[in-house]
Design a protein around this ligand. Structure first.
Ligand code: PRX
Length: 635
């Protein structure tokens, strides 16, 4: 019997060693005993980080939806698979059983087929957190179409870039979405985007807010009548383990977003196995991850991981502050949530509010708390532990990335002793390494360096859509034979890992990955702007906020500076989305540059973070005089 469910620390160490000594043997055992394959693999693993190439379970045949839905039907047809909690607490929650989910996914899959979608076609899903989102993700997987979910907070231009990059033929959206007491005109955003996407043939529209929208003849169709008429029988397409399952875009250091590609077999095995252990999920538990399915956290730990384990997973449409700051805790009480997984930024925002919002709710169902997306600071950790977990629900601080597909470094609750701000130990099969700047591995404990992974794990992204070279350059060229994460980390005296943050040009704001380049590109398009540089600075709630240094074309720009600031932020909102807006904009005469013309962001970061007393040696800069000027006028 494989060690599918790890129960204590000794067992963790024993299984960890086993998986390192013989990765193929270990993963083969897990895959064989706990999943449904139409055909077994010919080879467990083939890899070469220099190409780079990774293949797990080659030759195996499966469909992930048979693992997430069909195989549960015999024993848990009537068990709730998804609890949908609407934005408005007065609207009734929906409980979708595994039986119903099967039917809904099959119908949606048939609608996609009737609209010309076949195996390998890309489908863009731009939907709010309503059941149709999870259902359409699964429907794509059912027929072997590659889903590309775009977070429904991205702007029309960000959406268009993503649709075109992967050449999606069909877009699924809704008339609009609710967000607290606001509504958002999603269909309008799609319409604008599609002016730039000539290859999209069909738009399927779910009705959510009953708004008056225009439907373009020949292109746009309401989803509901199509679903009503569709057959509920849709045999699963038999996929190769290495066939693509989905594309999910993430920001990079250069302008264009990277479409990370995940494949069927390894992704399924790793997300399911991590879910089981990192949340210690038991048969009748109710699990809730507050992320949006538009991000990897939602893909892996709202949809695929939980459903592959036959779990009950909550999908929440709303925001933590509506109708008041007690909403999360009200939902925990209402659905008796056992595992609760959220982002540090949400914890920090809620910790600022009156404690009564937490205290008036019965949170005794909680057994495990989780965090993801950014480092959690100590104060937030303690607040979460004490006020939400009442000191008896372990916190799992889970470190991972869109690229890793699943959780890589994390405690297992009731197994690994936790320490605030430490992601603790690598998950089974994960082999981290800390590297110094010269490319040497830092051996032993009490070291700090750049975080790499030495050996492939089953859910590593296989490529960047349409750009394998960029995949190699970004992740496999910095250190020989290693996957480079872009993060820094330290290892303490007992071997626990602590993530210190990004070491590249990605800034994490409220848990969202933002590349500096696309934001700078957007600012530079403003007619009054000559050049700009973005850095992050510490922010109480968001973790990091954005600070922009902007050089204007006309030094004596006559317009009010505040108007310009508004215009710049408006432009960013249009190009990327409101999440990328700048908190501070300083107009500067120049940017500190090296003699080769590279912007010295280190200096700008220090000034933005009000830590400019020691800027190091700036005499080698091309323009050292500009630094004083920037410092003097810092915001
Ligand atoms: O910097 C790390 C940070 O988030 C980055 C990955 O972002 P993304 O691909 O959007 O995926 C987020 C959800 C998995 C990482 O490179 N990060 C993620 N989790 C943690 C974290 N930083 C510190 N602690 C974490 N637990």
């Amino acid at each position: 019997m494989s060690n599918y469910h790890i129960k204590h620390l000794e067992e963790y160490f024993q299984v960890y060693r086993k998986a390192i000594r013989n990765p193929e043997g270990f993963w083969e055992e897990i895959a064989e005993e706990h999943f449904l394959w139409r055909k077994k693999w010919d080879k467990v693993l083939e890899w070469d980080f220099t190409k780079p190439e990774v293949k797990w379970f080659q030759g195996a045949k499966l469909n992930i939806t048979e693992n997430c839905i069909d195989r549960h039907l015999t024993i848990r047809r009537d068990k709730t698979a998804i609890i949908f909690e609407p934005n408005d607490p007065n609207e009734k929650a929906q409980h979708i059983t595994y039986g119903e989910l099967h039917e809904k996914v099959c119908k949606m899959a048939n609608v996609l087929k009737e609209n010309g979608i076949k195996k390998g076609d890309r489908v863009c899903i731009y939907l709010p957190m309503i059941p149709e989102l999870a259902i359409s993700v699964l429907a794509c997987a059912r027929i072997g179409a590659i889903h590309s979910v775009v977070f429904a907070g991205f702007s029309s231009s960000a959406l268009a870039t993503r649709i075109n990059d992967s050449d999606c033929k069909l877009v699924l959206t809704s008339d609009g979405s609710y967000r607290g007491n606001k509504t958002i005109d999603l269909k309008g955003i799609v319409d604008t985007a599609l002016d730039y996407c000539p290859d999209v043939e069909t738009v399927l529209v779910a009705k959510r807010i009953n708004s008056d929208i225009t439907m373009k003849k020949g292109r746009d169709k309401w989803l509901a009548p199509l679903l009503k008429d569709a057959s509920n029988d849709c045999p699963a397409e038999i996929m190769d383990a290495e066939d693509m399952l989905f594309i999910l875009y993430t920001s990079g250091s250069t302008g264009k977003p990277k479409g990370m590609v995940h494949t069927c077999g390894g992704y399924m095995v790793f997300t399911a196995y991590t879910f089981k252990n990192i949340f210690q999920y038991k048969k009748d538990d109710v699990y809730w991850c507050t992320a949006d399915i538009g991000w990897i956290t939602g893909h892996s730990y709202i949809v695929y991981g939980p459903l592959a384990n036959g779990a009950t997973t909550v999908m929440f449409e709303g925001v933590p502050s509506y109708p008041d700051y007690g909403r999360f805790w009200e939902i925990v009480e209402k659905h008796k949530v056992n595992q609760f997984y959220t982002a540090p930024t949400a914890i920090r925002a809620l910790a600022k509010e009156n404690l009564e919002f937490v205290e008036k709710h019965d949170l005794s169902s909680l057994k495990v708390l989780g965090t993801v997306g950014e480092p959690i600071n100590e104060d937030a950790w303690h607040w979460y532990n004490y006020n939400v977990g009442k000191n008896r629900s372990p916190i799992v601080d889970t470190w991972w990335q869109t690229e890793t597909g699943g959780i890589m470094i994390s405690p297992m609750p009731y197994v690994t002793p936790t320490i605030p701000t430490f992601a603790t130990l690598p998950f089974i099969g994960v082999q981290p390494a800390l590297m110094d700047e010269n490319g040497n591995e830092l051996e032993g404990n009490q070291v700090e360096g750049r975080l790499c992974i030495k050996f492939p794990w089953p859910s590593i992204a296989r490529t960047i859509w349409g750009n394998h070279e960029r995949y190699r350059d970004t992740y496999f060229s910095a250190y020989k034979n290693m996957y480079f994460t872009g993060d820094g980390a330290s290892r303490d005296a007992v071997g626990y890992y602590r993530i210190t943050g990004r070491v590249d040009d990605v800034i994490i704001v409220s848990g969202h990955n933002l590349g500096t380049a696309p934001i700078e590109d957007s600012i530079n398009e403003h007619p009054a702007v000559a050049e700009s540089a973005i850095v992050g600075f510490p922010h109480d709630i968001k973790g990091n906020a954005l600070y922009g240094y902007v050089i204007l074309k006309e030094a004596g720009e006559v317009r009010e500076k505040d108007d310009l600031r508004k215009e710049i932020n408006q432009q960013i909102t249009e190009h990327i989305g409101p999440i990328a807006k700048l908190d501070k904009i300083q107009f500067v005469p120049g940017l500190p540059k090296t003699r080769s013309g590279k912007i010295m962001r280190r200096i700008l970061r220090k000034i933005a973070g009000k830590d400019a007393s020691d800027l190091g040696d700036i005499s080698t800069l091309l323009n050292p005089e500009v630094v004083e000027e920037i410092k003097k006028n810092a915001l």
